[in-house]
Design a protein. Structure first.
Length: 231
């Protein structure tokens, strides 16, 4: 049986798994802009999944989170696990849910490690054996070894398509073919983002350079690193 409507408690539980937008005002304006999201499919599909959750469209949310998961988004991978565990938006499959939470926790984020161990403790020995078996396929498609390069290719492609000055004060940066969350073409006007008038903010390494991007992602999960993530 598939539960297509999300009970309030289940919605709250999944929301805990989703990392919110950065707190810094300028950073938040940049990373939530459609032009930026067009070049960051991990964040775009996660945002669509969260939007579907809030609208109680469970099956759609599940699909969006799986798309985000292809790009190494740990929050979305954890959301898929939670939905599989409870049978919300998809058929309940707890061994598979464990496999998804295991891949979500592969970077050692404490919140996800704790949830993974809760899952494991709740499985029967037979389910644990199944979880290990099905986990091979999950890692083969969604593990960092394959998902990170997939995301890094998207970062490089998106940055190479953006035209406009990359330093100093700029007016409009056009992202050719960029689409917003719902497929509408978008143009990034840096000047329209309030206090964001410096193109170097948009092109900060943490948003586009793979190694720095993963460090920025890590800092969203590790409060001790949050200060460096806002620089």
């Amino acid at each position: 049986m598939i539960r297509t409507r999300l009970p309030a408690l289940a919605l709250a539980a999944m929301a805990v798994m989703l990392v919110g937008a950065p707190a810094h005002a300028v950073q938040g304006e940049i990373t939530s802009h459609p032009g930026f999201l067009a070049g960051h499919p991990d964040l775009r599909w996660r945002a669509l999944g969260h939007e579907a959750l809030e609208a109680r469209r469970a099956e759609q949310a599940f699909d969006h989170f799986r798309r985000s998961a292809l790009y190494a988004d740990k929050a979305s991978q954890a959301a898929v696990a939670e939905m599989l565990w409870s049978g919300i938006g998809t058929r309940q499959d707890r061994p598979l849910a464990y496999a998804w939470m295991d891949v979500a926790a592969e970077r050692g984020y404490e919140k996800l490690l704790i949830q993974r161990e809760r899952y494991w403790a709740a499985l029967t020995p037979e389910q644990q054996a199944t979880a290990i078996q099905v986990g091979e396929d999950v890692y083969a498609r969604y593990g960092d070894d394959v998902a990170k390069p997939r995301m890094e290719n998207e970062l490089r492609r998106a940055r190479s398509q953006v035209t406009g000055s990359r330093v100093g004060r700029v007016g409009t940066l056009t992202v050719p073919g960029a689409l917003d969350l719902h497929g509408t073409k978008s143009v990034l006007n840096v000047g329209s983002l309030g206090s964001v008038t410096d193109g170097s903010l948009y092109f900060a390494e943490k948003y586009w350079e793979p190694a720095a991007y993963w460090e920025w992602q890590d800092a969203q999960w590790r409060p001790a690193d949050a200060a460096s993530a806002r620089r």
